[in-house]
Design a protein around this ligand. Sequence first.
Ligand SMILES: [Ca+2]
Ligand SMILES: [Ca+2]
Ligand SMILES: [Ca+2]
Length: 169
Amino acid sequence: MYDDDVQMAVSPTALTISEGGAETYKVRLAARIGRARTVNLSSGNPDVTVDADPYTAGIQTSLTFTAANWNTEQTVTVTAGQDDDADDDSATISLTGDGVESGSVEVTVTDDDGTSGFNLSALWPEKGQGSAEHPLDRRRPEEQPHRIPRDRFVSLGFDHRRRHPTASA
Ligand SMILES: [Ca+2]
Ligand SMILES: [Ca+2]
Ligand SMILES: [Ca+2]
């Protein structure tokens, strides 16, 4: 490190975001500067995007600090996009720039999709109309917790007086 590298104050340095949601963190420089510094933001995960300027449309990925605003906090918005799996995700946002000591923010994304497996509620049609299909169980019969005799038909019905689908064999 060179003497003229200035530290950043980043707060917080860890974020937990619900999938589809957004959180923010703040950045300022820790010491007075002469020449301006540009801090570049990058996320290691394409589903986690960073926007350094909420007032300008689109995504901006750099912050500029000058002798006049070095100690004014700038807000970075981190957005967690939807993905098709049910696993929590993580990303490391790195803050780098010429003349600044690097920083980072650790992001954990809490996935909002259900866990895998057969879920009766997935069969419930919205507003009591239409129909929905869901594979009963892709595991081998001997691994299924509730085996259905192969020689019997199974019907799944919706009784609007009850809150949950009913199954009968
Ligand atoms: Ca923007
Ligand atoms: Ca997901
Ligand atoms: Ca995920």
